[in-house]
Design a protein around this ligand. Sequence first.
Ligand SMILES: Cc1ncc(COP(=O)(O)O)c(C=O)c1O
Length: 375
Amino acid sequence: MKNNRIYLSPPDMGEIEKGLLLDAFNSNWIAPLGPNVDGFEEEMADYLGMQNACALSSGSAALHLALKILSITKDDIVLCPSLTFVASANVILYENAIPVFVDVDPKYWTIDLISLEYAIKKYNPKALITVDLYGQSCDYDSITDLCEKYNVFLIEDAAEALGSEYQGKRCGAFGQIGILSFNGNKIITTSGGGMLVSNNENYVKKARFLATQAREPDLHYEHKELGYNYRMSNLLAAVGRGQLLVLDKRVVARRKIFQRYFDALSQTAGFEFMPEAPYATSNRWLTTLTVDSKITGVNRTQIIDALEKENIEARPVWKPMHLQPLYKDCDYVTVGSEDVSKRLFENGLCLPSGSNLSLEDQERVIDIVLNCMSD
Ligand SMILES: Cc1ncc(COP(=O)(O)O)c(C=O)c1O
């Protein structure tokens, strides 16, 4: 019989979440909005040290509204790191704006500052979307300075980085607007969901307005603007409130999982783990490493295939946007001697990292990875 499947990053739910969900159910606050939505927004804003938050149906919805709120429209240029999940970039196209992709830094895998300044000078963008990749915070002091100097809006895509920190301040709290995701694979989940956070109250009011079909405050249904159905339901917000209570524990668990992989595999020549930037604490959402096949004798795909044969899910690092057919005609800025995003994709591997991964299952993963090299 096959072993139970080990997933890359499955939900990790407990009794607290279940209790809160049932309470919401029993109170008949099922429909969108309700006390759990308000509570989840307040508690998340507190957690991040922010003034305001708006709970939404997804991180993608939060990104989309961020662009709308900052009045990004047709032909505006928006910078975005190439190495990210496609949702970071798609919202630029939703608004018929023009994405320009920027390479990442070879050391810490987040947006490369030299390429970024070059791109800002060359393209005069209206906004920059930064991505805290796999939980690694960007270097926000430098990025904020650049954005202020050149008058560029900053949107922080912290979908993967809830619980991570930059200089002791929590990810999601940088930029005019930050966004979070509670998709099923994230460090905490509401099955699907997201949040937009900002210290600007008007931005968050606008998010609430646009996310409820831009309904004017009249008794009848009055609409002057194009809106969306993007709000989070009260049931899912109940789950989110429970998950937020255990978030710090989830960060500890994921960091331990990273450490065990690191201890077991980092001595192997040709394996290089994503380092933690000295200014940041990563939530280690996914443990990622690169595999130099010239040294190890196996490439990342062979390792993924070997794990899959044993019913274990592993994945390549995100395929960069400038290599995606959808974005093939967009400009890409990389000023270094190599295309770092491309190399990280070609060699990068994400290992199962769920906070409920048992020690035994993690050892299975490690044994299979090590065995690949002796085959
Ligand atoms: C970097 C990044 N941005 C945005 C998103 C979109 O979030 P959602 O799936 O909640 O729409 C995700 C993940 O799903 C992500 O990894």
